[in-house]
Design a protein. Structure first.
Length: 362
């Protein structure tokens, strides 16, 4: 029996663990992966953060690189590993949780190989769970190499021949740029009306401007926050206009259907494609948590990470949990502090209530 169990050992779970340790709470972290930083290391090889060093600090330990430096995925994974080692955080790996239930006031947590109990549970599994690939992928000839962006590492995975990259978000645009740089003909499926912004402007980083303008601290419940959170997120740091103007990049519009080696798009059909990278995002999966409700995006119903359905159940690391920075490496600490304050206040209120009950009964 633990006071707290944190599910997920990414930056969100580690930020929460730091706060629990500061408050002398008995906790344990459970993680589905085999080691710290594994989700970062699974991403494509050339991945770098959009945020420079000064916006990547977890509580209690600065990110160990110069100001203005954009870390790669290996450096982020090493930082998280060092963070765990510095604070001696207790973690059990290879524990993929299949069920969370509250029974007689106690949370019962079941993994594929074990069973745990806790008085309170913090879900820190992040927003990216199930890779989404459009249904038409099943109609494409099996000789075509198909990779979701989750499994794409570099162009060496591709066979000879034309490539298709589907998806106009950051991942899709970065992967498209990397493959196009090899000289290979690349068809691009997605809107050509991509909002793109540079990583720096007038000698200052984009995140410096975001901070000064208050974009990172705007509440999702404010008018501006509602507008920002519902809008399409801009691509950061890629010159999309120049990329789509390259001779070997062919914009095809949306993908409509497929019939073996022929793929139909808004702007015509192509039969020469030998490789496809689906940068089409992920779907959240929190259906293993018993007796909770969901919002329109299938995220658990909550207010600032406090479950709407169950006392003692919390969430952290979700996009726009409260602000634009909620799911970022250097922004999650604010949500962790809020949850810790909420937990501490609830404990104090419970103590006052129990004390008053004792006086009444006596």
């Amino acid at each position: 029996m633990k006071d707290f169990i944190i599910i997920g050992a990414g930056q969100s779970g580690l930020s929460m663990a730091y706060n629990l340790a500061l408050n002398n709470k008995d906790y344990l972290i459970l993680d589905a992966n085999g080691h710290i930083g594994a989700p970062w290391l699974k991403r494509w090889d050339s991945l770098k953060l959009f945020t420079p060093t000064e916006y990547n600090h977890l509580p209690g330990m600065p990110f160990p690189f110069p100001q203005g430096y954009y870390p790669n995925k290996y450096e982020v994974a090493d930082y998280l590993k060092s963070y765990v080692e510095k604070f001696s955080m207790p973690i059990e790996f290879n524990q993929r949780i299949t069920s969370v239930k509250k029974v007689n006031g106690i949370f019962e947590i079941t993994s594929e190989t074990g069973h745990y109990q806790a008085k309170q549970v913090i879900i820190a599994t992040g927003p990216f769970h199930t890779p989404y690939t459009p249904p038409c992928h099943a109609d494409i000839c099996k000789s075509v190499v198909q990779l979701h962006s989750e499994h794409y590492k570099n162009p060496e995975q591709l066979q000879d021949g034309d490539c298709l990259v589907v998806g106009a978000g950051d991942s899709g645009v970065q992967i498209l740029s990397e493959i196009a740089d090899t000289g290979r003909k690349v068809h691009f499926s997605g809107t050509d009306k991509i909002k793109a912004i540079p990583q720096s402007f007038l000698g200052k980083t984009l995140w410096w401007w975001f901070t000064k303008l208050g974009f990172l601290s705007v509440s999702r419940f404010s008018k501006l926050g509602k507008w920002l959170s519902k809008g399409v997120q801009p691509v950061i740091g890629t010159d999309v206009k120049s990329l789509l103007a390259k001779d070997n990049v062919i914009h095809m519009g949306r993908t409509l259907s497929a019939d073996r080696d022929s793929i139909k798009f808004q702007k015509g059909s192509v039969s020469s494609i030998k490789n496809i990278v689906w940068a089409t995002g992920f779907k959240p999966n929190f259906f293993w948590i018993d007796n909770i409700t969901f919002d329109e995006m299938n995220y658990p119903s909550n207010y600032r990470g406090v479950s709407d359905d169950m006392d003692g159940l919390y969430f952290i690391g979700l996009p726009w949990l409260y602000t634009r920075g909620s799911a970022t490496l250097g922004g999650v600490w604010k949500d962790a502090e809020y949850l810790m304050d909420y937990i501490r206040q609830n404990k104090e209120e419970q103590g006052v209530f129990e004390q008053s009950q004792c006086l009444v009964n006596s």
